[in-house]
Design a protein around this ligand. Structure first.
Ligand code: NAD
Ligand code: MG
Length: 392
């Protein structure tokens, strides 16, 4: 069997590096076709040294020149490209069997969509693609025979707990609800008063998962769970009222499916993204991920509680945007990205993040989300509106 080829979008990030850790275990099964990063070209150089891809993509032309120069010195044949178009090119290339979409934020949408248009097997970590363009993305995948495999741990758990032949028909599957688990983030027990003073450094110190900065802040505000509600809606054809969130601080149960007979099926494991990554890579087979066995006796207990929507209003804002339809979720996502960046730079308080998002949703008129262009138009308008609400 010849190895399957992979384009890895966002290779220098947290998910990107975990993906390479799994690929490293299975050189006979997987070969890297393209590695893509944004600014960290030196880290990318080291990844190229090890995995020898056909292509490497960076954001800027000057970094592409430096990288190409060094790769030549290393006698590698890797061709270096740059810019957003090049991301779409390697995502859609005929030589790539699979695409791991692990760029963070709205920047990940065009290349993920290009992979859908090219009918790839898509390992989807970039949840923002579905939040911004869920209808368009899923329709494009369907029309072009692309298979979307969720990498987000909750959605991967749900995918594993659904009937194997699940086609989106809830009545046929006997499904009543989806339960997304949330760790609750680092501020789970902070009072509303204490939340006023939390710092970026505290926010990016997640108690269970090691992740990129943006998703770590999203986990702290519970916006990550809000984005995941929207993601679940599109992936599994789930009505908003059938998607529940439960706080589970140990992050051992990664999510559950509730059936009409009262059964709940769940996927459990150590909180380590290599498990869902390996699942999506190998699906429908299974391969080793490097993740340790879960020691149930050591964990001893599993706790659950309802999320506090008063202290963490972002979760409700996401349900609201999902129900509004059109480009409302793209507007929510854009406002969140601006607010999180401002928080990380010390220009906005932690409770200022949901306040900024709510103000943007209130200020903007309904907008359509039928094409990539209309979605990007709404995204840009929401960024301008959000920028008004944060300090320069
Ligand atoms: P990260 O910040 O660690 O890495 C982001 C990657 O995207 C980097 O390789 C960076 O070079 C690239 N990138 C950033 N901006 C870019 C741009 N404009 N153009 C091209 N590339 C760009 O992020 P992460 O934590 O790995 O998260 C990646 C995605 O996976 C996010 O959408 C996140 O929500 C999702 N996700 C992450 C985790 C996790 O455990 N980290 C879990 C579930 C889902
Ligand atoms: Mg998740």
């Amino acid at each position: 069997m010849s190895p399957q080829t992979l384009t890895l979008l966002g290779s220098t990030g947290s998910i990107g590096q975990s993906t390479l850790a799994v690929v490293r275990l299975h050189p006979e099964r997987y070969r890297i076709f393209a590695l893509c990063a944004h600014r960290q070209w030196e880290k990318l150089r080291e990844q190229c040294r090890e995995f020898q891809p056909d292509y490497a993509v960076v954001g800027e032309a000057k970094d592409a020149l430096s990288l190409q120069d060094e790769l030549r010195k290393m006698r590698l044949k890797t061709e270096v490209l740059h810019g957003p178009e090049a991301l779409c090119q390697v995502a859609a290339a005929a030589e790539a069997d699979m695409v791991m979409a692990a760029i963070v934020g709205a920047a990940g949408l065009p290349s993920a969509l290009a992979a859908a248009r090219a009918g790839k097997k898509i390992l989807l970590a970039n949840k923002e693609s579905l939040v911004m363009a869920g209808a368009l993305f899923m329709q494009t995948a369907r029309e072009n025979g692309a298979r979307v495999l969720p990498v987000d741990s909750e959605h991967n758990a749900i995918f594993q707990s659904l009937p194997h032949d699940f086609s989106g028909d809830w009545a046929q599957g006997g499904i009543r609800k989806l339960w997304l688990t949330a760790s609750g983030g680092p501020f789970l027990d902070f009072s509303a008063d204490a939340l006023l003073r939390v710092t970026p450094k505290q926010a990016i110190q997640h108690p269970r998962w090691s992740m990129g900065q943006k998703i770590s802040v999203d986990s702290a505000t519970l916006m990550n769970k809000g984005l995941e509600v929207i993601e679940a809606h599109w992936l599994f054809n789930a009505p908003p009222e059938a998607i529940e969130v439960v706080v589970h601080p140990q992050s051992v149960i990664h999510s559950l499916v509730e059936y009409v007979d009262g059964s709940m099926l769940a996927q459990l494991g150590n909180p380590d993204m290599r498990a869902p990554i390996a699942h999506a890579l190998a699906w429908p087979e299974r391969v080793a991920s490097g993740v340790q066995s879960l020691d149930l006796c050591q964990i001893a207990r599993l706790d659950f509680r309802a999320p506090d929507k008063a202290r963490f209003p972002s979760l409700q804002l996401a349900y609201d945007a999902l129900r509004m339809g059109g480009a409302a979720s793209a507007i929510l996502n854009a406002a969140n990205e601006v607010a999180v960046a401002a928080f990380l730079e010390g220009r906005l308080s932690f409770p200022g993040i949901p306040r900024c998002i709510e103000a943007v949703l209130d200020a903007m008129l309904p907008m359509p989300a039928g094409t990539l262009e209309t979605i990007q138009f709404a995204d840009a308008a929401a960024r301008r509106e959000a920028t008004k609400g944060v300090k320069k």
